[in-house]
Design a protein around this ligand. Sequence first.
Ligand code: NI
Length: 191
Amino acid sequence: MGHPVLRRPAEDVADPTAPEIQALIEDMMETMEDADGAGLAAPQVHVPLRVVIFHVPGERAEDEGDAEAVPLTVLINPLIEPLTEEKALGWEGCLSVPGLIGAVPRFTHIRYSGLAPDGSRIERVAEGFHARVAQHECDHLDGILYPQRMTDLSLLMFREELVRHGAGRADVDEDEGENEDADPDADERVA
Ligand code: NI
């Protein structure tokens, strides 16, 4: 947080199939795996291009109350379109904001589109944690980190303290959305 590449809009990728883009994607996958994150954006490895990767493994989809796992997805030049005005609060962490966790309002239902690494077009409708991860990662491409999306900074905490003491409020949030409370064993929810 604070590095210039994370604070400015990233640039469109001209050719998704270019060897340097394939190499970037491989590098991002390794970084995401090392961090055990759900997603990663190219600016987080200091490359100012519009590339994000994310996945929601089956186990996590279950934890987050989402019905379906999301396979590893690479999205180039992505676009997000909210399909509702409704937002829900859920916990997010970020590799670029280490040690912290915050409750962030996100649209509950979106459509996203973009290009795959082979140049084909991807378009999906997403809900719940899937929608959250996509919004978090695409925000990185516009120079936005999750604290900038928060509406209640009393819910920005050190993960360690949240695990130790809880949030002091159970309303992040069962009836508003999907990510109910901080799981003490939770690894990075997003990245
Ligand atoms: Ni992040």
